[in-house]
Write a protein that binds this ligand. Structure first.
Ligand SMILES: NC(=O)c1ccc[n+]([C@@H]2O[C@H](COP(=O)([O-])OP(=O)(O)OC[C@H]3O[C@@H](n4cnc5c(N)ncnc54)[C@H](O)[C@@H]3O)[C@@H](O)[C@H]2O)c1
Length: 304
């Protein structure tokens, strides 16, 4: 049995389905003791069931690994603390947190209800904070640990109909960069994955033009399986990735990319302060010279 995570203790949220299930299974095979957390809700965050978390735990055990189920709802602050406490109570320590749990409630922003906004922000953004916070206390004290969060092309580049989801996922990228700086000096690394994988979540995105011109049915079918994401997460969770911190990696099938951080690509400057009149004259000729009409200026999603 491979053992890059031998004797490590890992919490994986959202581990009942899709990407996180594959991460939990591979971490179990790599020797980690796993707390597999999943609320067992539908893709919109409704309902709950113990079955998905139980099924993942059973599969890890069948493969010879060690795991325990958690059915907590990551969107609840106290639940985050209970998930992390369960890891320490059950296995004596915590080495790895992988925060993956998520839902979708896609609507164009003008049709989006407050409830749909709140549910998605609570599950993704606050749900990540809710487990990162208690984890950070433990890892800072023990001066070691690995945290891996999940963002999305929707948050990094923008995707129509996903104002709630894109905002939450961009927030997770920002949270990752900040917490990497907070904890890096204690030997704790915090990195982020922007995945692409054929899961029930991708299949749930309403019909319409998708990034790179794909229709959603095509997109779901053309996305490679979620098992491609797990090896990179296991690497980042291992001792071998000690020098990787505050980074975002795009992972889709066998293609793994290190993404750039936002940086200036064109700059204009004058001593003193620009007037509006000067900006009206110079912006179109300089930093905005190649920008197109408003409807076309939404950031194009590059092949990641
Ligand atoms: N699949 C992709 O191509 C893709 C693309 C970009 C980002 N992502 C991100 O990757 C992550 C995994 O997505 P997936 O495609 O595997 O989705 P999925 O729907 O297959 O799995 C998500 C899991 O999270 C669980 N969950 C939802 N709310 C929860 C809560 N409050 N508490 C605990 N568990 C909860 C669900 O029960 C489900 O098992 C998500 O964060 C998603 O935003 C996925």
């Amino acid at each position: 049995m491979p053992n890059i995570l031998k004797d490590k203790v890992a919490v994986v949220t959202g581990a009942g389905n899709g990407i996180a299930k594959q991460i939990a299974l591979l971490m179990g095979k790599e020797g980690a003791k796993v707390v597999a957390n999943d609320l067992g809700c539908d893709v919109n965050g409704r309902g709950s069931s113990k079955d998905p978390a139980d099924a993942t735990v059973a599969e890890i055990k069948r493969a010879g690994g060690t795991a325990v189920a958690s059915y907590e709802d990551v969107s609840q602050f106290d639940a985050g603390e209970r998930i992390i406490k369960q890891a320490v109570d059950t296995y004596g320590k915590l080495d790895i947190l992988v925060a993956v749990a998520g839902i979708l409630r896609d609507r164009m922003v003008f049709n989006m209800s407050e409830e749909d906004w709140d549910a998605v922000i609570a599950t993704h953004l606050k749900g990540t904070f809710n487990v990162v916070r208690p984890t950070s206390i433990i890892m800072r004290q023990q001066r070691s640990g690995r945290i891996i969060t999940f963002t999305s092309g929707s948050g990094l580049n923008g995707n129509p109909g996903q104002a709630n989801y894109g905002a939450a996922k961009a927030g997770i990228a920002g949270l990752t960069r900040v917490v990497a700086r907070d904890l890096g000096k204690y030997g704790v690394t915090v990195n982020c994955i922007s995945p692409g994988a054929n899961t029930r979540m991708i299949a749930a995105i309403p019909q319409g033009p998708r990034p790179q011109g794909l229709q959603v049915t095509d997109a779901a079918a053309q996305f490679p399986g979620p098992e491609h994401i797990a090896p990179m997460v296991c690497f980042l969770a291992s001792d071998a990735a000690a020098n990787v911190n505050g980074q975002i990696f795009s992972v889709m099938g066998p293609r793994i990319s290190l993404l750039s951080h936002p940086r200036p690509i064109k700059t204009m400057f004058k001593p003193g302060r620009w007037t509006v009149e000067e900006l009206r004259e110079f912006v179109p000729k300089t930093i905005a010279a190649e920008l197109k009409k408003a409807a076309e200026t939404a950031p194009q999603v590059p092949a990641q």
